[in-house]
Design a protein around this ligand. Structure first.
Ligand code: PXL
Length: 270
């Protein structure tokens, strides 16, 4: 069984990041180790979360793991509590990211045109440096616009996505799966580019947005890549899984998306 390591926060109430990644990766038949960046009482979409920043603990955890020589087939980073943690993620990659280890970076720092509450502007440059280290990056439209210094458009069609990915390649990113593409009204999808080849995928857009769907998408992509799928197929599977999960989520989506009933369907697609 393959083993991956993921570095992101543990938000205790309101499913996102680790509480989404862990069950999805496990259901996909991959073993998942975790490096928590912070423990939050809730995700930052709720007012005034209590945050315990774990930056000081991370170097010691890495040092301990070094004595155990774990073998990771993938390293996946997500929400980081501050810019210094991006440098720690780079150390993690230097230490455990061997030749055959897939590095996936979800620069989970912004949505709907702005940074998540509590994050500072310096996060953008720190995340850009980390994204350069990744084999595959998964920004949404807001994150891609911030990372590439471009104007944000909430209704980004394929042309806009192509421009954003070209600019991100110029900034040093390798393979980019850009989420939130809206080719025509009522559709949502993604645009993938590795600088030479591109691929666009669209599906029906449900008329609501739920918290944690970016993390859910990233988890499925990582799991599917570990199961040998190419990036286009992995993205399409992730998009359909997210859509099914949103469709089954009740009115109050602040507590997260109801992905659990869809896990069986997900495993049947592998
Ligand atoms: O879903 C991304 C995410 C992850 N972690 C925390 C967040 C968010 C989005 O708001 O607040 C703590």
């Amino acid at each position: 069984m393959k083993q991956i390591l993921t570095m992101q926060d543990l938000s205790c109430l309101g499913k996102c990041s680790l509480t989404v990644i862990l069950p999805v990766i496990s259901a996909m038949g991959i073993s998942c180790s975790v490096l928590p960046t912070a423990v939050l009482s809730t995700h930052t979409g709720f007012p005034n979360p209590h945050v315990t920043d774990l930056s000081r603990e991370i170097p010691q955890m890495i040092r301990h793991w070094q004595t155990l020589e774990p073998d990771f087939s993938g390293i996946m980073t997500g929400y980081l509590a501050n810019p210094q943690q991006a440098a720690l993620a780079e150390t993690l990659i230097d230490t455990f990211g061997g030749e055959n280890c897939l590095i996936l970076c979800d620069p989970a720092m912004a949505d709907h045109g702005r940074l998540y509450s509590g994050l500072c502007e310096e996060m953008v440059d720190a995340m850009l440096r980390l994204c350069r280290r990744a084999d595959l990056c998964l920004p949404n439209l807001t994150e891609a616009a911030l990372l590439s210094d471009a104007a944000y458009r909430c209704d980004g069609d394929e042309g806009y996505c192509r421009e954003l990915t070209q600019e991100l390649h110029r900034k040093g990113l390798k393979s980019i799966l850009l989420t939130g593409m809206e080719q025509t009204p009522g559709q949502t999808g993604f645009f993938w580019s590795d600088g030479q080849n591109t691929y666009a995928y669209s599906t029906e857009k449900l008329p609501r947005s739920c918290h944690g769907t970016g993390d859910l998408f990233a988890a499925v992509v990582m799991g599917a890549k570990m199961r040998g799928m190419d990036t286009g197929k992995a993205g399409a599977l992730a998009a359909e899984f997210v859509k099914r999960s949103i469709a089954g989520t009740g009115k109050d989506s602040r507590f997260g998306v109801a992905f659990e009933p869809e896990l069986k369907w997900l495993t049947q697609q592998l």
